[in-house]
Design a binder for this molecule. Sequence first.
Ligand code: FES
Length: 186
Amino acid sequence: MKDNSRRGFMGKAFGAVAGVGAVASLYAMKKSWDPLPSVKAAGFTTLDMSAYKENELVVEKWRGKPIFVLKQSKEMLDTEGENMSKVTGKTTATIDKTRLIKVGDAHYMVTIGLCTHLGCIPGYNPDKKSFLCACHGGMYDDTGMVTKSPPPRGLDIPPFKIKGNTLVLGEEGPEYKKMKETGITL
Ligand code: FES
């Protein structure tokens, strides 16, 4: 009887220890399954838009992709209507800003920096204010609109949300949703 109760106590104690161990290892396993806080945060990239200079291309990174940020100068904004007419064949005096993102008083081209033909990274020429994709000669203007084939469309715009003077990539704000609805980006 005494032995039995002793075995019973030992069994319970062992069971309790094993239970704690199992919970601890389950916890450790769960921890390793959960994404780290920094990985979760890596889905978003916050850009301080006041840091960019006019007609100076900066390549940022979002979810492993290059992101082109090009702040527009007054001259660039003034010539965009002309570029548009070259592409569409229509004469237009109005400045086409539909692909641009307005943050504060400034306009920015913010696109995924991968050619929509086969995914090469186009280079920017600040004098010509245009992008050339060296792979097959595709070209884009300084708003990311395609000006020479083979790319089938302009540079894609990543999901974004305007928050004060910053742009959060990875969040879909109303301006981005409108661009998607109107077919400006995929
Ligand atoms: S990948 Fe850019 S033109 Fe073909």
